[in-house]
Structures are given as C-alpha cells and as structure tokens.
Design a protein around this ligand. Sequence first.
Ligand code: NAD
Length: 491
Amino acid sequence: MSGARVDVAGTSVSTEHYVGGHRIGSPSGFVDRSPIDWSWELAEVARGDADTAAAAVGAAEAAFPGWAALSVAERAGHLHRLADVIDANVDDIARVECLDMGMMLRSLRARVIARGAANLRNYADLAVEHEERVWSSKGTRNRVIHHPAGPAVVITPWNAPWMLATWKLAPALAAGNPVILKPAEWSPLSASLLADMAEEAGLPAGVLNVVQGFGEEVGAALVADPRVRRISFTGSPEAARSIGVAAARNIVPFTAELGGKGPLIVLDDADVDAAARKAAGQYDDAGQVCLAGTRLLVDASVEERFLEAFHRYTDEHVLGDPRDEATTVGPLIHPDHLERVHGFVERARDAGDRIVRGGRPAEVGGSGDGLWYEPTLVVPASNEQEIVQHEVFGPVLTVQTFEDESEAIALANSTPYGLSGIVYTSSRERAERVGAAVRAGTVWVNTFLVRDLTAPFGGMGISGIGREGGRYALEFHADLQTLQILEEPPS
Ligand code: NAD
C-alpha cells in the first residue's frame, strides 16, 4: 500500500486498518470511487485478509479485561468524549460521507452525523441508568448480573455507513465489549474517521478496531474467529445466511438487521395529499433505504387522487449532485448496483408489469454516464411478481390497490420481509388495528423515520434476527448470569 492517508474534501483520511491503537496496512488494496463521478478515485484502501482479522480480534481480546473492568460510568465517560469529538467534526465527516456514499450533504450536516454522537450518548446513558434486577424467591436472594461478553464484530452495509456503525458499536462498547468494525467496501471512509476520533477521544487501544476489505475475505475471517463472542450485522439476507452459519459453528449470538420491502398503506380516510407526499419521499436517498415503504398499497376509492398528488410531488424531485442544496435525489452507489436496479425493472417489463413512470438510468447534467436512476413507478401484473416480492434498493416503487382493510393487511404481509411499514389513516382506532396487524418490526402511522433510540428495532421474517435499540442491544451484548444465594445460611 502506498500513501497511508489521503485528502478527501479537505479532510485527511487514513486508508489503513486501525488495530490495537495503531494504523496497519495490507499487502494489497482496493480502489474506492465516488458515486458522484465514477472516474473520481477517492482512495486506495487496505484490503484486509485473514491475518488482518486475526490481528484485530487479538487486539480486541487483549483490550477486553481492562475495558470490562471499568465501571459503567467510566465507559460512559469514554463514549461521551467520543461523542464530543464527533460533534466538533460534523462538517468534515459529512463531506467525506457525501463523496464516499452519495448521500445528501444537507441531511448529513443537519442530522445524520450528529445522530452518530446521539447514538453514543444514548447508550452511555442507558448503561448507567440500567439497574440490576434483585429479588427474593424460594428463600434465596436472586441477582441478574450483566457480564461483558467479549470481543464483538460489527459489520455494516454501504448505504448508511456512519449512522449504522455508531448505532451498532455504541451498545457493544457501553456493555463492555471491545469492537472490531468492518465497514462495507463500497463506502469505507467514515469508519476510518471514526478510528481517528476514538484515538483523539482517548479510547484505550484495542477497544475500537476498524478493518477494511471485502465481506467474503476479511469479513468472513472475522465472523469465523472463535474468540469473537458477539456478531452484530446489518446488510443483505444472503450475507446473513453465511454469517449465521459461522456464528452457529462457534455458538455465538448474532443479530442481523436485513433488507425490507415495506408497505405504505393509504386507507380511504387518510389525508391523501400527505400520504402522496410521503410516498414520493420514498425516492429520497435514491431509494437506498432499508426502511422505505416501496410498495404503495392504496384504497381503490382514493387511487386517482393519490396518484395525481404522487406524480405532482415526484415531479418536484431534483436529481443531481448531493452536495447541491437543491438536489433531492443523488446517485446510486456503484455501477454494479445501477445495473442490479435496472435489471429488476427490465425483468418487470418483460414479465408484463407496467412501468408507468421512469424505468431508465437518468441523464444528469446532460450526461448519461452517471449513476442516477429515474424515480420509477411500476404497476405489477400480480402480487407474485418479482418487483413486488424482492427488495430492489433503488428508486423503484410499485403501486397496487385494495378494496378493504383486510385485503390491505393481506397484501402488506404477503412478502417474506418484515422490517417496516407505513400506514396513513385519520382514525386512531384504525391506526392501532391496522398498524398492529402489519407484520413488521417497526410500523409508523401518518409519519415516517421518526425514531426513539430506546425502542426495539429489527425485522420479522427474512428482515432479521434479534432486536437492537435501547436495552435490547445492551442485553444482546451481555452474558446474563443469575446469582442465587440462600438467604438464611444453613446452621
Ligand atoms: P451486504 O450483505 O452485501 O454487505 C453488508 C456487509 O457485510 C458489508 O460490509 C460486506 O462486506 C459484509 N459481508 C458480505 N458478505 C460477508 C460474509 N460472508 N461474511 C462477513 N461479512 C460479509 O449488503 P449491502 O449491499 O452492503 O447493503 C444493502 C443491504 O443492507 C440491503 O439489503 C439493505 O436493506 C440492508 N440494510 C438493512 C438495514 C436494517 O437496519 N435492517 C439497514 C441498512 C441496510
């Protein structure tokens, strides 16, 4: 590897791994490009291998006794200091993440990066507030002790690298587990900044390690290492299956936050205009959002009104450079992903689905060479079509109608996914009834993406295993022990 640091949008970013408090390289690297302009090479990043994985797990293992021995309040102090460093560097992180991933600079600056600091503070405070359960029963005093479990591997996808890394490593660190973070190879840079910030915040060496590289290489080596005691994964169901096999071999608990195919249900009593505006908003971030409501399910009696407003709001989208204030839809992450998204649309067309809007790569700035895709709406020939049943992960929505509430619920629950759902209704009673009937880990009514960090988060069906968020993640990262002591010692 040549050049261990590069300048990205005025910020110095290490292209190496961060292991045991040191930067280390690898014999080979991979090129990281910007989705804004694919000819733009941002960095050549170290390509981790089995040796890198072993070194990182070794560093985490060495750091474990010291980190676990700190009081909860001391660990929380470290997390708060890291959050302070993040808060002081929001702009730099936002610019790097924007170039690396293509997410809107506006929203990165306004909320996404700061959310990383909030994730850390949230878990620091929750761990401190947590009280051991102590009670008497059958003549014994019972106490539930949360022991730190050991090194935790955190693996993240490319679509929300910064937010998800902080969301997933915060509970591990708060619970006393050192972390090995492996970001996705398509957007690896913000994780490297996080390592610099951990150092600046004075996190002990080995408590946060970052390794770069491919999932099938360094990622697979990490999850196969028997010294790893927790695996927290976010990504595709395909990768989760292979990680689950590795976890099973070592009898290691793992959580998997996977893909989605969320319904957006518009009941006949809904504020149709608000629902249509939110539906058009599902194209934000070029639809590369796991929680998006990509299946529009609309009561037949309001379909015409809904579609008129939906098209009007979709017309307002501005495809362009995510650094521009006016842009609302940025590029897709990678040419392979563009091809994948377009492949879904082409197959839908061939299978008899009607593409009523979009359906092609978009020309942006007079050029057809970019990675933009037109906001696309498909009327499927049936509910069984691939475009309805599989996650596309791009700006592609389907629209279907229903006659009554029970048909709406049946359609909503008709895919193997179960990550999220959105319901629009003006009735509180229907909100409760339909919301609870949608088989998904998170359901929003008349709103979207409002998150309380203490709430459980995860998927049903093939959308995931386990729950993160609040105390659920703290429990996942702990080895729970019940200590039972006879209250009257035998005489
Ligand atoms: P992916 O599964 O291809 O990769 C995710 C991560 O896993 C990457 O870091 C990759 O290198 C690594 N990986 C891949 N194979 C591996 C293996 N065998 N062993 C260890 N690590 C491996 O997913 P992606 O394409 O990066 O991300 C898109 C997917 O993530 C979509 O399905 C999306 O819905 C999902 N996602 C889910 C959530 C959620 O919270 N449920 C959030 C964001 C994204």
